[in-house]
Design a binder for this molecule. Structure first.
Ligand SMILES: [Zn+2]
Length: 119
């Protein structure tokens, strides 16, 4: 009876607490050629836009159009001011571009490039 138990008390301390290093590949390879029609930050002002049709940078032509929200806000203001003779304020949303949707068109080929709305 020679229980030759080799008691190898392996003290392999696995450090599970250390998180894996984060991937830092952001911005390393941005050389893919893809036509992505995602507008850069459109505002209510004309911006330089790389037109996917003309393949050139053109200043956009901004056209303000009324949306459903424009009518809703106008109706809301009109309803609020109906009793105090100020219902002409309901025309404000139709006059201010803030309440409208800005549509950006290419100034060269008139392609709709994107829209911008504050609301
Ligand atoms: Zn164009």
């Amino acid at each position: 009876m020679n229980n030759n138990v080799t008691n190898t008390s392996s003290t392999t301390e696995v450090s599970n607490t250390d998180p894996p290093p984060p991937y830092t590949e952001i911005g390393s390879n941005l050389s893919y050629q893809q036509i992505v029609i995602v507008p850069p930050k459109l505002k209510d002002q004309p911006i330089l836009f790389n037109c996917p049709v003309c393949k050139e940078m053109y200043l956009t032509r901004v056209q303000f159009v009324n949306t459903t929200k424009t009518h809703m806000i106008a109706g809301f203001i009109g309803g609020l001011t109906f009793w105090c003779m100020l219902c002409c304020l309901a025309a404000i949303p139709y006059m201010l571009p803030t309440f409208k949707k800005a549509e950006h068109y290419c100034s060269n080929c008139d392609t709709l490039l994107g829209t911008y709305s504050v609301l």
